[in-house]
Design a protein around this ligand. Structure first.
Ligand code: AMP
Length: 346
């Protein structure tokens, strides 16, 4: 039994699954949550409720943690650096800062050899938007650079709706070409300074920009599979990853791989690993933090993970008899909110 405490910023479902993995190896957990009611509440050993910008409460969190991790990249730089100054942070603040800003992230990715993203432009005002939308043949998506997730902070831009943005604040946005992809996949890497493993590519199906289904394995031909894995490894090495990184990718009709996004933490498209691998993404994160060990995932069955979103939660109880279900214990049902998930096996 370890006497150490893992501090986790965020107590949503990802924080909850990190707590469960930590408990399996006897590691204590301290969750920092902005809300009184949070998914991880009954799975953590201690918690602190506070605003994410409250330096006083964060000081208390740092003091009581032996090492720290995050369940979201949307944490202010000053707070990340405050933590990293005193305790080991997994992954490093540098990686979180790159992946929390779409412009930094895309510039970083495009600076790497053989790594490409969709075409994009920085937008800070309506003039930028008009020029770049024209450049992209009006087939594009406007996104905030920071604090966007599950399609929040995103709008489709067309010639016909351009004028509706004229009076909007457009500072710190990017506009990117809408990719006509044939498939979305993701690859999750777990890495420490001496070792690295990769969870094989999975197929992701989104509706209205929210992940609905993840299918393991992605049925893609071998050279695409290898290329996706190599790209995820190459990106992780260039970030000097210490922890978990999910790399989201588009596969275009001519089999080009474009990197969509990076998530420097366990990812929704990796939830299947809890039911079909010997070591899940959460087990590997905890093990890297706790004992600097990385384990081969050893997947042992094919499966499909399906998110339960908003009102669909009402049918979760009925599903329990037939499927492996997970409840995220959210206080209120909100449309577009991830409430739980279930897993089907082949
Ligand atoms: P994001 O938050 O940027 O990962 O966007 C969420 C989802 O919206 C993606 O997984 C895609 O399904 C869709 N999406 C985002 N950006 C694009 C794009 N440039 N082209 C096509 N689909 C996109």
């Amino acid at each position: 039994m370890s006497n150490k405490t893992l501090g986790i910023i965020g107590g949503g479902q990802l924080g909850m699954f990190i707590c469960i993995a930590a408990r399996k190896v006897g590691l204590k957990t301290l969750v920092y949550s902005q809300e009184e009611n949070f998914s991880a509440r009954k799975f953590c050993d201690k918690h602190i409720i506070g605003n994410i910008k409250s330096k006083e409460k964060i000081e208390e969190f740092i003091e009581d943690s032996d090492f720290c991790t995050v369940e979201t990249e949307n944490i202010h730089k000053d707070i990340l650096r405050m933590i990293e100054k005193r305790k080991n942070l997994f992954p490093s603040s540098n990686i979180i800062e790159i992946s929390q800003n779409r412009l930094l992230e895309k510039n970083f990715l495009n600076s790497l050899e053989n790594i490409e993203t969709t075409k994009f432009f920085e937008v800070n005002n309506f003039k930028d938007l008009k020029e770049s939308a024209k450049n992209l043949n009006y087939n594009c998506i406007l996104k905030t650079q920071e604090f966007g997730y599950d399609g929040k902070g995103q709008s489709t831009v067309k010639k016909e709706n351009l004028c509706q943005f004229e009076n909007q604040i457009l500072q710190n946005c990017i506009i990117e070409e809408k990719v006509n992809f044939k498939l979305e996949i993701s690859v999750i890497v777990a890495r420490n300074s001496s070792n690295m493993i990769v969870y094989p590519p999975v197929k992701n199906i989104h509706k209205e920009s929210i992940l609905r289904e993840t299918i393991f394995p992605a049925k893609i031909d071998n050279h695409l599979k290898q290329s996706a894995i190599e790209k995820a490894i190459y990106i992780s090495e260039n970030l000097d990853l210490n922890g978990i990184l999910a790399v989201e990718m588009f596969i275009t009709n001519d089999d080009q791989i474009l990197i969509n996004e990076l998530a420097p933490r366990p990812h929704n498209s990796g939830h299947w690993t809890m039911d079909a691998c010997k070591f899940s993404q959460f087990d590997n994160l905890v093990s890297i933090i706790n004992c600097n060990e990385v384990y081969e995932p050893e997947p042992y069955r094919n499966c499909k993970m399906i998110n339960i979103i908003g009102e669909e939660y009402m049918s979760l109880k009925k599903m329990k008899n037939n499927y492996k279900t997970y409840d995220y214990f959210k206080k209120n049902i909100k449309s577009n909110r991830k409430m739980g998930h279930y897993v089907l096996f082949e």
